[in-house]
Ligand binder design. Structure first.
Ligand code: HGY
Ligand code: MN
Ligand code: MN
Length: 440
């Protein structure tokens, strides 16, 4: 795919970096990050700021029934837009680039077109999707999942958060339950810029990731119920201790992932497993817990292996619970199969990056992204830039300004290249992802 560079255009890096700072200042936390959990007052303030920027640019702004916000700039012809975007909600300990970079770089791309009087053939759009993180309201990528018809909006509006809040009521409270219908109109193509959130690009000294797809995600919530008792007087053989079972499961999740990778392909880093949430009740030093609530996050680029990991976990939980005499209820919080992006978009990203003089690596994404939902309805791809020390979901998240600007320029030229391509709809998603490849 020979992507031509258009008009020698470059984004305004200072303007982009300024907006990143301005948005990061909403919901600030120690360490330079932000906390804007989905549909909180901080999320509303972030939304209001970005919508103001969209309107100042003269974009046609729509808000849909799950709170997704899309700003559109007209092209010479009507029809579906070439779209970019990401999310501006964060985890509680968020950095300033996760999601925010993709939305603000998309805005910067459109402002660059506007200021240089460049008219595209097709409309261009930038959006932010509701609740990408899923940290408050599971599953993750909720807004984009509803946008592509993966979940009925009525079901999404009824979701209860970890704090007991309800999605629909929170959307009303912050004034972002819009009138545009869900599912939304499919773009002609979608490309998302995002920080890698992992160590690969930095370790290999590569500036741009041409993302080939997203690994499968499995989130399970376990509620373990036993018998609360006195920590001092209860003999070990008489205990039914949810705290013990929860700890055993957490240790097993780590052992399972390590074992699968050891058995896997050379240098296998495919299986990951995380216990991110673990709460005991009553959570007191001298009381055998009555109950434990925990989450298990399993991911793999290979669907068959991910299912094997899920089955192994289920067996271990059942055996351990039976031996300890506790009961366990399981609830699936999120379950998405691996997604493969459209070669035409992936190759355009790589070609553009090379033409701009950057090093490029084809690679899958370990993190979930809105792009994995848009891939269901249109040709989709992603652009990665390096994360320092591979750190993310942490206020210390950092990407060098030069890399932020490089990513935004690749996004600009990729969108212009896609504008000139006759994209005849989404390619079928192949099972599994391309393995990591050096430059193609
Ligand atoms: O969980 C994820 O991978 C994403 O950050 N929502
Ligand atoms: Mn993200
Ligand atoms: Mn994230």
């Amino acid at each position: 795919m020979n992507a031509e560079l258009h008009h020698g255009l470059r984004i305004d890096g200072d303007r982009l970096l300024r907006r990143i700072e301005d948005l990061a200042a909403i919901g600030p936390i120690d360490g330079g990050g932000s906390c804007r959990l989905a549909l909180t007052d901080e999320d509303r303030a972030g939304r209001d700021l970005v919508v103001t920027w969209m309107r100042d640019l003269g974009l046609d702004v729509t808000i849909d029934a799950i709170g997704n916000v899309i700003g559109m700039r007209a092209g010479r012809t009507d029809g579906p837009p070439t779209m970019t975007g990401s999310h501006i909600d964060t985890v509680r300990t968020g950095g300033r680039y996760d999601g925010n970079l993709g939305v603000l770089a998309g805005l910067e791309v459109i402002e660059t077109l506007e200021r240089n009087g460049v008219q595209t053939e097709h409309p261009v759009a930038v959006g932010f999707f509701t609740d990408e993180e899923g940290a408050r309201f599971p599953p993750d990528m909720l807004g984009s999942l509803v946008y592509v018809g993966g979940m009925a909006v009525e079901e999404a509006l009824d979701i209860e958060g970890i704090d007991g809040a309800i999605v629909g009521a929170e959307l009303d409270r912050i004034g972002y339950r819009g009138t545009s219908p869900c599912p939304g109109p499919s773009p002609r193509a979608f490309v998302e810029l995002h920080v890698e959130q992992g160590p690969v690009l930095e370790a290999e000294g590569v500036t741009i990731g041409a993302v080939t797809g997203v690994q499968g995600i499995s989130w399970t919530e376990l509620t373990i119920t036993g018998q609360s008792n006195h920590a001092g007087t209860t003999p070990m053989e008489l205990r039914h201790d949810p705290g013990y079972v929860a700890a055993a499961v957490a240790a097993h999740v780590r052992d399972l992932a390590v074992r699968m990778n050891a058995d896997g392909p050379e240098g296998g880093d495919r299986q990951v497993g995380t216990v991110g949430r673990l709460e005991l009740e009553p959570n007191l030093v001298n009381v055998v817990a009555a109950s434990a609530s925990m989450t298990v996050d399993l991911r793999n680029t290979d669907e068959v292996l991910l299912q094997e990991a899920e089955a192994d976990l289920a067996r271990f939980v059942a055996q351990t619970a039976a031996a300890e005499g506790v009961t366990v209820t399981e609830r699936t919080l999120a379950r998405f199969e691996p997604v493969t992006f459209d070669d035409r978009v992936v190759d355009t990203v790589a070609d553009v990056a090379r033409r701009l003089g950057h090093t490029v690596k084809h690679m899958p994404s370990g993190a979930g992204h809105d792009a994995q939902m848009l891939a269901r309805v249109c040709p989709t791809g992603m652009v990665f830039v390096p994360s320092r020390d591979g750190v993310s979901h942490n206020p210390a998240e950092h990407t060098d300004p030069a890399d932020l600007v490089a990513g935004a320029d690749v996004l600009l030229q990729t969108m212009l290249s896609l504008d000139g391509l006759s994209l005849d709809g989404a390619t079928l998603q192949r099972a599994g992802l391309d393995s990591e490849e050096s430059d193609r």
